[in-house]
Design a protein around this ligand. Structure first.
Ligand code: SF4
Length: 380
């Protein structure tokens, strides 16, 4: 497979970039503090061929649990820092890489310059022999970048990633990779192509975030990965699927299959993703899910909305309060799950919180109203 000449970044026992095989990774959806379940899932991902296993750590208790997870698994571990970048210090002894989101970093300790916060993370990474991922997500790009590119969210994503690369470069830290994710394959392709052109040296982690339930989630991901991998772009990848915990490792199986197909020239996707249909996006879930009915809800939303299939609308179903509120802003209708209630939104407007038993009926009412009002255009 043709590969871009990126530099080599070591993460535990694997190396990314510079012609090393494209590494497939996944993320645990178990509660990090449930050590037994997390170890079991990390091992299932590793056995399926996952080169890296990511975990979410949002509290000192999660960080403590991580120490035990590390002891019980031989998987290369990555920690996703969302809630507090300062937790990096507590998790660093037990992992091989940390991922931070520039958008979330911007919001923490706002008075402090972003470069200083990046400096802290780099210091920790250096001290503990870690790699870093700069993980930009379209739904949470930092507000300054959004303001600079109000009509081009791909440009905002790429500019944010490039800015953080500059921070790393100024600190003389080279052991980093970048990801630019969106739930739409077209934007993922565009963002990664633009970034790879600007920084051909930086290894890229590919992903279509909130791709949803298989098989549609697999199709969206395949469309993006085939277009990028065939151009030599991509050094590691994750397939984000909404799957129940016992099937989470299937993300790796799908990722390996896509890689094998691209390497053999077996392309299955059409180059354009159909924008004229109902688009349901749902997050792959992770330890932050507060009610396990989330996956079932995502499946029921897909079933219930089948009648609207030919209308060009987007419905987003997200598992938690960390990313749910922001990542549903662009959807025509958005649901994000809390412990007992599901929050319903129409674009950025909140329509209230409903129990898991009430929400489908409310969603249908809103969907019907949008169709009635012609918001989705005529059925195709
Ligand atoms: S929306 Fe929340 S639960 Fe879903 S993957 Fe993102 S952080 Fe995890």
């Amino acid at each position: 497979m043709k590969r871009n000449p990126t530099r080599s970044v070591r993460v535990g026992s694997v190396s990314l970039g510079s012609g090393h095989p494209v590494a497939v990774q996944s993320m645990c959806a178990t509660r990090t503090q449930d050590v037994d379940a997390t170890v079991e899932q990390a091992e299932a991902i590793r056995r399926a061929g996952g080169a890296l296993v990511r975990l979410a750590v949002d509290s000192p208790k999660d960080a403590l649990a991580l120490k035990e997870v590390r002891r019980q698994t031989s998987a290369n571990l990555v920690v996703d820092l969302q809630e507090s970048y300062r937790l990096a210090e507590a998790v660093a002894p037990h992992v091989d890489k940390v991922r931070y989101n520039p958008g979330h970093l911007w919001h923490h300790e706002k008075a402090k310059p972003v470069a200083e916060k990046v400096g802290f993370l780099v210091e920790v990474a250096r001290h503990h022999d870690l790699a870093i991922r700069i993980g930009v997500n379209c739904g949470s790009v930092d507000p300054e970048m959004k303001a600079r590119f109000p009509d081009d969210d791909v440009a905002a994503m790429v500019a944010s990633a490039l800015e953080h690369c500059r921070h790393m470069d100024e600190l003389g830290f080279e052991r980093y990779v970048v990801s630019l994710k969106d739930s739409h394959p077209r934007k993922v392709i565009e963002a990664n192509r633009r970034f790879a052109e600007a920084r051909p040296d930086v290894p890229l982690h590919l992903g279509v975030t909130e791709a949803g339930i298989p098989p549609e989630g697999v199709v969206k991901t395949r469309v993006a990965f085939e277009q990028l991998l065939s151009r030599g772009i991509g050094d590691t990848l994750r397939v984000s699927l909404t799957l129940p915990n016992p099937r989470k490792h299937e993300e790796v199986t799908v990722g390996l299959q896509i890689l094998a197909d691209v390497a053999a020239g077996r392309y299955r996707s059409v180059p354009v993703f159909d924008d004229d249909k109902l688009n349901i996006i749902s997050c792959p879930s992770c330890s932050r899910v507060e009610n396990e009915r989330f996956v079932e809800l995502a499946e029921k939303v897909k079933e219930m909305t089948a009648y609207a299939e030919r209308h060009a609308l987007t419905i987003a179903v997200m598992g938690c309060r960390v990313n749910g509120p922001g990542e549903t802003d662009d959807a025509d209708l958005g649901l994000w799950c809390g412990p007992t209630h599901v929050n319903l939104k129409k674009k950025t407007e909140s329509l209230g919180a409903y129990t898991y038993d009430e929400i489908l009926k409310r969603l249908k009412d809103e969907l019907d109203a949008l169709i009635e009002a012609g918001a989705a255009g005529p059925a195709r």
